[in-house]
Design a protein around this ligand. Structure first.
Ligand code: SAM
Length: 252
């Protein structure tokens, strides 16, 4: 082993900095729509690449500019923001395409998690691809993945159906259809309809294991496990606030 005898032992050894190959962290590509995943609760859940993309893009299209503004503030990122949400998708979509055609790098972020999963995003991705523009995902948090992986239910096959429609007949039809499937059924539900959903599950699949993943990555995160009736009783004895992912065991 070679030692450096000429080093002054009273001074701390210099740690050699290994230069990072530029190819590992290439600059953003002009004319690209970046789908940047952001935290679903815990602000620490953001990748280094997501932060760099937000710093280096030309503009950030956000579902809620105030909400995203708080995230950017936290990470001391200052960047022009434009709003892109369900009710201005068509108009703002055209503006985003125009920017991409002019070679701009546009980062799309939604209120939480991965853009395009049960939030605005899907439409602009289709439009950008149809116009021959590049689309790149900057992966990161996603409520469905966090809930599924920690649920204890099978992950080798699962069916994600996002939010159920509001009409009772349509909800029941979908739940009846997926009852026949082998994999875990994963869906998003608002806290206002969780009791209604558990009531429906108590009738449609009373013997299945159900997991409610609540407030993921946040201070009061919890996983509630039981049959639909057990969980229904729980929701009647305790107010369960916050956001939910609901997971239902597949056919045995
Ligand atoms: N794009 C997001 C993603 O990647 O997960 C989902 C957006 S969708 C509009 C919002 C729904 O995701 C919520 O109603 C809830 O069902 C689920 N969700 C988001 N954050 C959550 C959290 N921290 N805990 C539990 N569920 C969450």
């Amino acid at each position: 082993m070679k030692t450096n005898m000429s080093r002054d032992p009273s001074k701390p050894a210099e740690v050699a900095k290994i230069p990072e190959p530029a190819s590992l962290f290439p600059p953003l590509t002009p004319g690209t729509l970046y789908l940047v995943s952001t935290p679903i609760g815990n602000l620490e859940d953001i990748t280094l690449r997501a932060l760099r993309t937000l710093r280096e893009c030309d503009v950030i299209a956000a579902e809620d500019t105030r909400h995203t503004g708080r995230l950017l503030n936290h990470y001391e990122i200052s960047k022009p923001l434009m709003s892109y949400f369900r009710f201005n998708e068509a108009r703002r979509g055209a503006e985003i395409i125009d920017r991409l055609k002019r070679g701009q790098k546009v980062a799309l972020v939604t209120d939480a998690g991965s853009p395009g999963i049960s939030d605005p995003g899907q439409r602009i991705v289709r439009a950008a691809l149809d116009e021959g523009q590049r689309v790149e995902a900057v992966p990161g948090p996603c409520a469905l993945v966090a809930a599924l992986t920690a649920s204890g239910l099978p992950t080798d096959e699962f069916h994600f159906i996002g939010f159920l429609p509001h009409k009772p007949g349509q909800r029941r039809r979908i739940l009846e259809r997926f009852k026949q499937a082998d994999g875990t059924l994963v869906l998003y539900e608002s806290p206002y309809r969780i009791e209604k959903l558990l009531g429906e599950l108590s009738e449609i699949c009373p013997d299945r294991k159900v997991v409610l993943a609540r407030e993921l990555t946040k201070r009061f995160e919890e996983f509630l496990r039981g049959s639909p009736v057990e969980l229904l009783e729980l929701t009647q004895s305790r107010v369960l606030r916050g956001e939910f992912v609901v997971l239902i065991e597949g056919q045995a």
